[in-house]
Unconditional design. Sequence first.
Length: 255
Amino acid sequence: MKTFLVTTLLFFSLSIDAHSYSDTVNEQEIQILVEQGSFQEAIDVLPEISPSKRSLEWNILAKKSFANLIERNIISGNFYGNIEQGSVIKSRYPFLLKDTKIMSNIFKSGLFINPNCNTRFDNECMSMLGYSLAFNNDGPKVAARLVENNRNQMAGEPLELIQLYEMAAKTKQNEICSDNKLQNAVSLAASKNDKVYQSFASNIVTKSCDKFMFKSLEDNLHRDETIQKLMCKPMSVSKQLGKISLMVCKDKGLI
């Protein structure tokens, strides 16, 4: 599961590659590729148009290329291909994140990968759903709804749900931030010597749920140096530390 989680983060962290813009590729040629149904080829050459020369038509061609390729992938069963296209959209074409149909099809592809996740809420499904939702502007709302509606069905191992919880916490709902499983997941993730998990924990505590106290996290902070190094400073800034925790952090020279 950890490998799956790290892999998803690698997708999220894709950065825009350096391009040498072409003088030979233009929007008319991309239009021809789209009309021919060569959607992947069109996507491959879209970046060859320099930013200063990208018109509204370029945006339309990008939308048509991705929309058609993603639909074709669903028909052919290439659902993992759609998840990869989601990564490309997130890193290079963020304006398409607002396209409801495209993002809905990417989410649908995630469910096709494991159809049991329509009704099952174990670790694997929660991680997969969190991955799919991360590409969608409405992801936090949908994630929060999944947490609320399936609280009692979720797997007992809270750490594996940290990705979904992190997304749901972005809604800043009281019911989400005060959820016992979320709070336990945060404590476990913060104690791991792993930047992936620690990042999720830190985001929940000091960004999305910065108005809340995390008792389980504080209890572990008193005796866990890993949590101290990660959380002392940001939690002191957001005034989430109790008196004992403040003393511990000060004694360690961390605030």
